[in-house]
Design a protein around this ligand. Structure first.
Ligand SMILES: [Fe+2]
Ligand SMILES: [Fe+2]
Length: 229
């Protein structure tokens, strides 16, 4: 908490958080959770404390581009059309543009995180279909997926239970979509004994039951895809 308190955010960014708090509470709670979780994982994986403070600021801003997505699309509970899906995916590029303007610096890591947090290690993500490279983008990507799974979402009223969520994330690491050491750090924090992430062994046994009422990735009139938010 003391680390989080030292993170400085510009006024337009705080105003965007206020917008989400009022109009889309899912996104508001989500970005704060990603802020906390990604800081926790960064402390494990990126040992420089001062650098970690700067990295942490990328958590609450990673989805800022959703401010450009119409609320009725963000909150839609039935399958999206292809064009609505395009609006949602646009949030990555929109976030990059907004943060580049606010920070007056396209090299700022928050810009890269906003642009690339839906990219995957096998090139299957969006918006560019490039490979994940930056360690903090990889941390935000895993934090983002985990929080999306363990909470109810507009497209999925039932949350994954914690076991099923971790198994889903492990399966994504097995497919090389996200990085193993980030997944291990997340799982280590979920173990009672809090082992070091390099020392844990991950069970291959799948015991969780994903919720059945999930329309995420279903495009109206098309097959389901396997990406996550
Ligand atoms: Fe996102
Ligand atoms: Fe997100």
């Amino acid at each position: 908490m003391s680390l989080l308190e030292t993170v400085h955010l510009y006024t337009p960014i705080l105003e965007s958080l206020d917008y989400f708090k009022q109009h889309d509470f899912h996104t508001y709670a989500h970005v704060l959770m990603v802020f906390v979780l990604s800081t926790l994982l960064a402390e494990d994986l990126i040992p420089d404390y001062q650098e970690c403070i700067q990295l942490s600021a990328t958590g609450p801003t990673h989805d800022i581009g959703k401010i450009s997505v119409p609320l009725h699309i963000l909150k839609k509970t039935t399958p999206l059309t292809k064009s609505e899906r395009g609006f949602i995916e646009h949030h990555a590029t929109a976030g990059y543009v907004l943060l580049s303007y606010y920070y007056k610096d396209i090299q700022n890591l928050a810009c890269e995180v906003a642009l690339s947090h839906h990219e995957r290690g096998d090139g299957s993500g969006y918006p560019r279909g490039i490979l994940l490279k930056d360690p903090m983008v990889e941390i935000i990507a895993v934090s983002d997926i985990y929080d999306a799974l363990i909470k109810p979402r507009p497209y999925r009223p039932t949350a994954y239970d914690n076991r099923a969520a971790l198994e889903e994330i492990t399966a994504m690491a097995e497919q090389n979509k996200i990085r193993w050491d980030v997944v291990k750090a997340l799982i280590a924090h979920n173990r009672k004994s809090k082992p070091h992430y390099k020392e844990i062994r991950i069970s291959a046994e799948k015991r969780g039951t994903p919720p059945s009422d999930n329309v995420y990735g279903i495009i109206a009139g098309e097959e389901k895809t396997d990406s996550k938010d």
